[in-house]
Design a protein around this ligand. Structure first.
Ligand SMILES: C[S@@+](CC[C@H](N)C(=O)[O-])C[C@H]1O[C@@H](n2cnc3c(N)ncnc32)[C@H](O)[C@@H]1O
Length: 312
């Protein structure tokens, strides 16, 4: 791959389970040749955007003409839209939270964390999620605050839809990363940010569109079953629905690239994805997985990269 000059430094403003930061350099070498040689992407669609590690990476290295970011998590999409529209007010709100937090003792910090978590969980009953309003800014600041101070930076909801991750005990968490928020906001200026199921991304996909899919993982084993970014989860039936969608978008002539968990890490006989994506380019690349709570199991494993265009 050519050496690509960095264009500004936008990067994820949230820590997100399944974030793709460590796989980016490998994914970059797997982009279509025409994109790598021109450093230009006409249209980019990301149907499972999460923290947007790939989107921000592409914005750092390529000229991206049009982009569409989609995720089914309304809280994540709300935060993206606030970063896009109102970075300065958001930064102010985060600086206020940061100031209050750093003045407190460890015990009081924990109390403050649970106080914000409680307010966050109550606010959703009174919030208009459909129309942008100033309460979104408060909500986005609470989400970022909780993300930076909770255990492992997870976003997890219980069955009632409440954010339930406990306090994280970091010495000096960066609650307000002003530069990242400003850079991310700039990178998001001409982007459409959409809350929906991945299937609605079909409206934006046409011949030549680059689409990166990073769906929630199919659990590797019974203990690493982190798929609950939302109350709904992502079932095996959803994985099949996605494979069908991938085939339909392939027929449109879009460039499709997907990362997914490799079930062969656990069971070499498990051909789930090899069968679903028969006829496409399937590669296995080493990756580190950080989602397992058991540190001894956070080793190197393979990740799947599936594409509908040539191997490089
Ligand atoms: C593995 S994460 C993506 C991580 C992302 N690549 C990053 O760098 O942070 C999967 C994302 O899919 C979203 N998701 C789950 N079910 C979905 C669905 N049916 N349609 C669209 N997004 C969905 C989750 O909210 C989550 O953000």
């Amino acid at each position: 791959m050519k050496v690509i000059k960095e264009r500004g430094q936008p990067k994820p403003f949230l820590k997100w389970a399944g974030g793709k930061t460590q796989l980016l350099n490998v994914l970059a070498t797997k982009l279509p040749e025409s994109i790598l040689s021109h450093l230009y992407i006409e249209r980019y669609v990301e149907p499972f955007v999460g923290s947007g590690a790939m989107f921000f990476f592409l914005k750092r290295h390529f000229k991206v003409n049009e982009s569409y970011l989609i995720d089914s998590n309304p809280e994540l999409i709300l935060a993206f839209r606030v970063v896009q529209k109102d970075p300065e007010t958001l930064i102010q709100a985060l600086q206020d939270l940061e100031k209050t937090y750093f003045c407190l003792s460890e015990k009081k910090r924990s109390e403050f964390f649970y106080h914000i978590r409680n307010q966050y969980n109550v606010q959703r009953y009174h919030l208009d999620y459909h129309r942008y309003n100033k309460n979104w800014i408060t909500r986005a600041s609470w989400l970022i605050f909780l993300n930076k101070t909770c255990y492992n930076g997870l976003f997890r909801l219980n069955r009632k839809g409440e954010f339930n991750v406990p306090f994280g005990r970091y010495k000096k968490p960066v609650i307000c990363d002003e530069e990242t928020l400003q850079e991310s906001s700039r990178a998001l200026q001409d982007t459409e940010i959409i809350c929906s199921d991945f299937s609605l991304s079909a409206s934006y996909i046409e011949k030549g569109t680059l689409v990166y899919f990073d769906p929630p993982y199919r659990p590797l084993n019974s203990t690493s079953n982190f798929t609950s970014y939302s109350r709904e989860g992502f079932s095996e039936a959803d994985q099949k629905r996605l494979a069908q969608f991938f085939r339909e978008m392939d027929k449109r002539g879009a460039y499709l690239i997907q990362s997914n968990s490799d079930p062969k890490n656990e069971d070499p006989e498990d051909n789930f994805f090899d069968d679903l994506y028969k006829g496409f380019v399937i590669e296995r690349v080493p990756a580190k997985r950080f989602i397992n709570c058991d540190a001894t199991r956070r080793g190197e494993i393979n990740e799947l990269i599936i594409r509908n265009y040539g191997a490089s």
